[in-house]
Design a protein around this ligand. Structure first.
Ligand code: PEP
Length: 256
């Protein structure tokens, strides 16, 4: 079991993919598998903002949670194109992903911004999924533990605790590349994150730490079985129900 007493979370990050028709078909397929025999794993779908309402309607009455992929620091105001955490909560979201490496790169989000967004999410009653991870150059330089440690310290807001925050370790070089760290490297990083959470966050010994980066049905059971891995943040493979479900089955093998 990856961490005794922690139920795994498998979260699908659809990013900017799909269409309304695709979203509806994908959710229908995942729901059918879920109704056929729920797994001892929490499931979360994070579609693009425009599809939150229809996906939320499709998920109503199921145990599958809905989440956003970002939120603004402020609760409202003149911020064209942005979405607040309270708006996500209004649509039935329980989670939002924050500080994904694509946002840190494409939108130059600093860890301070991520912490402010996470605080806004907490204030709106959402659970913040705070993403951290090193680049390939940083890993090659042997700096990965320090980089992730600094990102974590700077990205976790005051008020975060075991009930309202989740950490996702996503090595940047593993996202969408088909490459994954070795099991030993994942174990070392998750141990390091756990130790930090235990020191700095109330209930940090039981906070979920997800692994993300090229998780597939074929490697899910092995990765999810690593000590202190408490589920997965899944990008590409979350766009096919069969693959997403296969990953959830892999996570279920490590559930206690
Ligand atoms: C992600 O973007 O969060 C991710 C893990 O992507 P992928 O599974 O495609 O590597």
């Amino acid at each position: 079991m990856a961490t005794p007493g922690i139920r795994p979370l498998v979260a699908g990050n659809w990013k900017m993919n799909g269409s309304l028709a695709m979203a509806s078909a994908l959710v229908g397929d995942i729901k059918a598998r879920h109704q056929g025999g729920a797994l001892p794993v929490d499931l979360l779908l994070c579609p693009p903002f425009p599809y939150l309402a229809p996906v939320g309607a499709d998920l109503a009455g199921t145990a599958i949670a809905l989440g956003g992929q970002d939120c603004h620091v402020k609760a409202n105001g003149a911020h064209t194109g942005d979405v607040s955490a309270a708006m996500l909560a209004d649509l039935g979201c329980r989670f939002t992903i924050l500080g994904h490496s694509e946002r840190r790169t494409d939108h130059r989000e600093s860890s301070a911004t991520v912490a402010a967004k996470a605080k806004a999410a907490l204030d709106a009653g959402l659970t913040a999924i705070i993403c951290v991870g090193e680049t390939e150059a940083q890993r090659n330089a042997g700096e990965e533990l320090k980089i992730v440690e600094n990102q974590l310290i700077e990205s976790i807001p005051s008020g975060a605790n075991v009930r309202n925050a989740v950490v996702a370790y996503e090595p940047v070089w593993a996202i969408g590349t088909g490459k994954t760290p070795t099991v030993a490297d994942v174990a070392a990083m998750h141990r390091h994150i756990r130790a930090l959470l235990e020191q700095r966050v109330p209930g940090g010994g039981k906070m979920r730490i997800l692994y993300g980066g090229s998780v597939k049905p074929g490697n899910a059971a092995e990765l999810m079985g690593v000590a202190e891995v408490n589920g997965a943040l899944v990008g590409g493979a979350s766009l096919k129900a069969e693959d997403f479900w296969g990953i959830a089955e892999g996570a279920a093998k490590s559930a206690g």
